[in-house]
Design a protein around this ligand. Structure first.
Ligand SMILES: C[S@@+](CC[C@H](N)C(=O)[O-])C[C@H]1O[C@@H](n2cnc3c(N)ncnc32)[C@H](O)[C@@H]1O
Length: 234
């Protein structure tokens, strides 16, 4: 029964999930995004171990998929604000940091090759900015129009065009929650917004950015049954 609750194990604190915008990416969606990222980022031969940061890691589904799909050796660090995900992250990542990524007193060495993940959408711009200070490439998932709603968002996007390289559109409706909303007692529905992987580079050298549309995944791969990242939990 627990697998069919909203996101979650019976002990899940729904107020905390809402407060921290904790929604969970279907594993196949993360895999598709990561395969594109790896193809692009490691087009040239890469020697050594890649350092990958999973931001707002939740239970670690992006880390789990990095492990499964990364063509080179990767050391994965997961950062998540909610302590209750620790045991899942310890299974899916090499390093786990339970911390507020945006806290100015939180120090992290700027040594990452790639940042991936699905950050809280309301903090998308802050996550991109801080990520660009610690990594060469930043590939984050968000609504495709996350930065064109509102004048301040659009101004930010114009400014960040010096870093934005690509938007990869994920076609088809997605489902980030499962089960029933504990307040309304109604089942969570599919999210019909259009999502994209936003690809920023700290060292971009060309004008403008590209927009591509990824393959459409079958509908069963655009939702989940077991909360992503918790599979295999004891
Ligand atoms: C949209 S969820 C994505 C979870 C997971 N990455 C996935 O895709 O299934 C965003 C995650 O970011 C975490 N989060 C929110 N604010 C944060 C912050 N300031 N620092 C670190 N993590 C944060 C939330 O607790 C939540 O797990």
């Amino acid at each position: 029964m627990s697998e069919f609750l909203p996101g979650c194990e019976p002990s899940a604190d729904h107020d905390r999930l809402r407060k921290f915008e904790a929604d969970f990416t279907p594993p196949e969606v993360a895999r598709l995004c990561l395969e594109c990222a790896f193809e692009e980022v490691w087009r040239e031969p890469f020697f050594g171990t890649a350092r990958v940061l999973d931001l707002g890691a939740g239970a670690g589904v992006w880390s789990q998929q990095v492990r499964r799909t990364c063509p080179i050796r990767a050391k994965i660090t997961g950062i998540e604000i909610r302590e209750e995900e620790r045991s899942h992250l310890e299974r899916n990542c090499d390093n786990v940091l339970i911390a507020d990524f945006l806290d100015p007193t939180f120090e992290i060495r700027p040594t990452f090759d790639l940042v991936v993940g699905n950050p809280p959408f309301s903090l998308f711009r802050e996550f991109v900015e801080r990520s660009l200070a610690v990594a060469a490439q930043v590939w984050l998932f968000a609504p495709y129009d996350a930065c064109t709603r509102g004048a301040d968002a659009a101004a930010w996007l114009a400014d960040q065009s010096r870093h934005l390289e690509k938007q990869l559109i994920i076609p088809g409706a997605l489902k980030f929650r499962n089960g029933e909303n504990p307040k309304t007692k109604k089942p969570y529905t599919t999210d019909f917004r259009t999502y994209a992987l936003w690809c920023f580079s700290a060292f971009k050298d060309e004008e403008g950015w590209q927009c591509d549309i990824l393959e459409m995944l079958p509908s069963q791969d655009r939702k989940w049954v077991v909360r992503p990242g918790t599979e295999g939990a004891p």
